[in-house]
Design a binder for this molecule. Sequence first.
Ligand code: NI
Length: 226
Amino acid sequence: MLIAISDVLTAEQVTQMRAKLDAAEWVDGKVTAGYQAQRVKDNQQLPEGHPVAKELGDIVLGGLARSPLFMSAALPLRVFPPMFNRYTGGGQFGTHVDTAIRQLATTGQRIRTDISATLFLTAPEEYDGGELIVEDTYGNQSVKLPAGHMVLYPATSLHKVEPVTRGGRVSSFFWIQSMIRSDGDRAMLFELDQTIQWLAVELPGSPLGVSLTGIYHNLLRRWAEM
Ligand code: NI
């Protein structure tokens, strides 16, 4: 399931974050890439554990916690600390699949990457190219969102970032281990939750809503891993 989530950050938050990111020292993005991804990765990022990445990552996590759509779509168990990257001057990231297991540098805790997230921090008008292309069963999906908006896509999918031929593309990227490992199961729970929310508006107090809510929680209880 590929889903766009609007307004994870406010315009003011994006402006403040961009000022700090533009002033930070960036390093070659190959440092966190696995062997296969290293050959196709041409961008810059803030080093893991960089104080600016930590400070701004906390703002991103705050935005996620305030987003009911994120909670419903991701059903997060653990969120990898948000990282930041930048593409300029033809920079790109060729077709790859994300590493399945990531280890936190701080605690050594391992996170299974079920969902990949890209949170855009530059407006589409600021750069040419830089589309995130995600291959899914319906074909290639091209994603380029307004600043402050985020896309979630299955970490199992092949994906790439097209060359940035003008300006710069700055984003936050991270992974989520979901309580629901299977993308298909998670998509079904998301649809069910959306239906329950729709019923609450269209038929408030309906016993159908109670019944579907029961089914939702019983499926979650059956499938959730903690
Ligand atoms: Ni990737």
